[in-house]
Design a protein around this ligand. Structure first.
Ligand code: HEM
Length: 476
């Protein structure tokens, strides 16, 4: 109606005026070359901390008015350290990764089964969607333990997807100084965010409660969280520690499910898309697998993944050209001493590292826009590349970020991608579909993650003689 339309335009004018008043523009540095990225992120971090991000847009942090922090959103300090240490030492430590091998095998088996069924029933399979769900079910098992029923996992995956989609809308609340006013102006967005979070609490809290006081092998992430003690924030209580509240636990589980699924599923999808687009590379990967895996072996097991150098090179090249996380964000704090072009960067400055541009820096790569896995093979120039340096060394690409806030899950992410990709290539011959279903390598750049704009679809032929679909038994 005309009244509604008038109110709508008044609202948008008012919102932009208000946001300019209460959100003084902070300077931004956009980093698109590797030399600057290295100087700021790695060496810059050595002379100060430079380890904070701008205020998070995670619904958990916004709705709780920043009382609930997760690893990604927490300011650099004791609380962040305790949470990150728990994740890296209890779940992601390289010596402990083998404990989740059974869950990984189940997830790959489920994915192969799903794709086989789709293949039987229709033409092109919806590989993108299936990969995403399989990765989610694996991460959900690591988070809440084995034995979750399929319906519940589906519901959680849907909730998580809706929450991810709401992030753009949550941007308006990120650093609003007068949240009450912003809430009023954007009340629809606020209500939607609150409803999504409410739903998530209803799903997660019973699962969390059912794990209290239990010990299982392997431990679920949530088991380590309910036992975790973090420093008390009260001034004067420097040595006091406390457990995480229910609200914090829900936020931490949501972070694990989101970060654990989105980037890895996206990297796997980009890898498979490039293999569909380039059948000769797919054949080379298959030959490499066949050379080290017996024809009657049930699967490409995790212990042979280290021998699959060419597959690894394909994955690295996919990560370079299609980094699943688009940006690394930092904000300069008072205590930082970040120097750029001979000047100290003022506190409050936001520094955005554009990962896609960094990985195509022509100073570091020959033919930066070409898909050439060979550059990552032993003996080639790319061999000595460093994915991202937490300490010294050059950076040639940084899909996992860098410095103290670098992704803590690089090893497990690479394991997941290699294991899934190796088995998918062995089980099926992937062929490009026609017309609208052909592989489109255009990204859907979102605020945080960058996935394929058109999720991967492909025709599949059985890769091994004797492999049966659900009507019989699949070998995996
Ligand atoms: C291919 C897969 C992945 C990619 C490309 C990726 C990429 C990234 C990037 C770019 C960052 C920001 C780093 C920075 O600010 O310097 C990050 C942070 C993070 N990632 Fe990952 N990630 C992946 C998989 C995972 C997985 C599987 C998990 C969890 C199981 C995870 C958990 C996290 C966490 C908790 C942080 C925040 C670290 C902090 O603030 O201290 N990531 N990731």
């Amino acid at each position: 109606s005309p009244i509604k339309a008038t109110l709508g335009s008044v609202k948008s004018v008012l919102a932009s005026v208000l946001s300019a008043v209460w959100k003084p523009q902070q300077p931004i540095i956009l980093v698109t070359d590797l030399a600057t990225a290295h100087r700021l992120l790695v060496r810059g971090a050595g002379s100060g901390y430079f380890s904070n991000r701008p205020p998070s847009i995670s619904p958990s942090a916004i709705l709780s008015r920043r009382r609930y922090q997760n690893i990604t959103s927490a300011p650099y300090g004791q609380h962040w350290r305790a949470m990150r240490h728990n994740l890296t030492s209890e779940i992601l430590h390289p010596a402990r990764l083998h404990r989740y091998a059974a869950a990984r095998r189940r997830a790959v088996r489920g994915l192969v089964h799903d794709l086989s069924e789709q293949r039987r029933l229709s033409g092109a399979v919806q590989a993108g969607k299936s990969i995403h769900y399989a990765m989610f079910s694996l991460v959900a098992a690591m988070c809440f333990g084995d034995g979750l029923d399929r319906g519940r996992v589906r519901a959680m995956a849907d909730e998580q997807r809706d929450l991810g989609k709401s992030l753009d809308a949550a941007l308006v609340f990120a650093d609003a100084k007068f949240l009450a006013v912003t809430r009023l102006i954007y009340r629809k967005q606020w209500k939607k965010l609150a409803a999504l979070r409410q739903k998530q609490e209803e799903t997660f809290l019973p699962l969390i409660d059912s794990r209290r006081g239990q010990s299982s092998e392997p431990p679920a992430y949530v088991d380590t969280l309910v036992d975790l003690e973090v420093p008390e924030e009260c001034p004067g209580a420097s040595s006091a520690r406390r457990r995480l509240s229910d609200g914090e636990l829900v936020g931490m589980c949501s972070e694990f499910l989101g970060t654990g699924t989105e980037s890895t599923a996206s990297a796997l999808q980009w890898t498979m898309a490039n293999l569909v687009k380039r059948p000769h590379l797919q054949e080379a990967v298959r030959r490499e697998i066949d050379a080290v895996v017996a024809a009657d072996a049930e699967e490409v097991s995790e212990d042979v993944l280290g021998k699959l150098e060419y597959l690894n090179a394909v994955i690295m090249e996919a990560l370079r050209l299609h980094p699943p996380t688009s940006w690394v964000f930092r904000q300069v704090m008072e205590e930082d001493h970040v120097v750029h072009n001979g000047h100290r960067v003022p506190a409050g400055t936001r520094v955005f590292f554009q990962l896609g541009a960094l990985a195509r820096d022509s100073a570091a790569w020959d033919d930066p826009d070409e898909f050439k896995p060979e550059r990552f093979l032993a003996g080639s120039k790319g061999e000595q590349l460093v994915l991202a340096a937490a300490g010294g060394g050059d950076i040639k690409m940084m899909p996992f970020g860098g410095g103290r806030r670098m992704c803590p899950a690089r090893d497990i992410a690479m394991l997941h991608i290699r294991y899934f990709a190796a088995n998918l290539v062995r089980e099926f011959h992937w062929r490009e579909a026609e017309g609208d279903l052909a592989v489109d390598l255009e990204p859907q750049a979102e605020l945080i993650f960058s996935a394929m704009k058109h999720p991967l679809r492909a025709h599949l032929d059985l890769g091994r003689p004797g492999v049966k679909t659900t009507q019989g038994t699949h070998r995996l």
